[in-house]
Ligand binder design. Structure first.
Ligand code: FAD
Length: 288
């Protein structure tokens, strides 16, 4: 399968990239790792006439920490997320999630920015970013704006990103030291997208949950922030009855498609199972 013809652009600054997007409108698309866009182009499900390769923009690389917030620039690859000592110490759930994405070859090239901007409900990073209450930095012709990950996803492949905007960075508030975390993903085989997955970050104080954030992957058209489930668990000791109520609340917001990964009912139940496992693992990892 061969993609349609396109003109290739390689700007060296964000301003130059935005200017190219502005001049070509809907006919242009940013290109990051290309591991979602190029397969779509080969299948002729996307046919941009202009590809704006962000790979030559040095400002879009790197991970920094200003104390309370970690900023990951958009062109940081999934492999670089896994290799980062800073993330391993402050946001270890990012490494855990990245290691469950595709395979090493894809992770060497696929980027965080591409993963979260893509809008594919099968991508793992969007739900994780909702769980972590991350903010996306979008740069367009009128400057920069910030959109919370929890407000960014509108429908499958529809997001708050305007055609002339570039997602330049992801900002993540650092959870408290000693927090528990887990990303549990059910997939049919190594390299597959999730049948269902759950991200959990929680803190414990004296054996009770003081804070709990939950989000789900690939069980609706968008990633799902399971706010009610997290609120049910706050103040609990993660006893069986309360966990069952929280899992039921999370399952209730799912709306998966029946597809090759299983019927909708099965995928909803698997979201619940992934959540239960993620809660148990996060609790084991949390300092009390
Ligand atoms: P690209 O493919 O370059 O871009 C994706 C989309 O986002 C395009 O529409 C592009 O225009 C837009 N875009 C890219 N960057 C920006 C930006 N900075 N600002 C605005 N728009 C932008 N992903 C998972 O999460 N989990 C998996 O299990 C998984 N399995 C995979 C298995 C296979 C076999 C393959 C080929 C891919 C898999 N992926 C999976 C997808 C992979 O993680 C992609 O790399 C990722 O989805 C997109 O990142 P990218 O850098 O390759 O983006």
């Amino acid at each position: 399968m061969i993609p349609g013809a396109f003109t290739y652009h390689r700007p060296s600054s964000v301003a130059e990239a935005v200017a190219i997007l502005v001049s070509h409108g809907d006919e242009a698309r940013p290109l990051s790792g290309g591991h979602s866009l190029i397969p779509m182009m080969k299948l002729r499900m996307a046919a941009p006439e202009h590809l704006v390769d962000l790979g030559g923009i040095a400002d879009l690389k790197g991970i920094s920490d200003d104390g309370g917030t970690i900023t990951i620039r958009a062109m940081t690859t999934q492999h670089e997320l896994i290799a980062s000592d800073l993330l391993a110490s402050k946001l270890p759930i990012i490494r855990e999630t990245s290691l469950l994405i595709a395979d090493p070859q894809i992770r060497y090239v696929g980027t965080l920015g591409g993963n979260v901007a893509n809008g594919d409900p099968g991508n793992d990073m969007p739900a994780l970013m909702q769980c972590l209450n991350a903010t996306y930095v979008l740069t367009g012709p009128d400057g920069e704006r910030e959109v919370p990950a929890r407000d960014f996803y509108e429908a499958a492949y529809f997001t708050a990103l305007a055609p002339e905007e570039i997602l330049t960075a992801v900002r993540i508030p650092v959870p408290p030291a000693g927090h528990g975390y887990a990303y549990e993903k059910l997939k049919r085989k190594v390299g597959d997208y999730a049948t269902a997955a759950a991200a959990v970050v929680l803190t414990l104080e004296g054996g009770s949950v003081s804070f709990c954030s939950i989000a789900l992957t690939n069980v609706a058209d968008t990633p799902l922030f399971a706010q009610e489930a997290g609120e049910i668990l706050a103040g609990s000791t993660l006893d069986t009855a309360t966990v069952a109520r929280a899992v039921a609340a999370a399952e209730a917001i799912t709306e998966p498609a029946s597809d090759g990964r299983g019927p909708a009912e099965y995928r909803t139940k698997m979201a619940g199972v992934m959540l239960q496992r993620a809660l148990a693992k996060a609790a084991r990892r949390a300092s009390n």
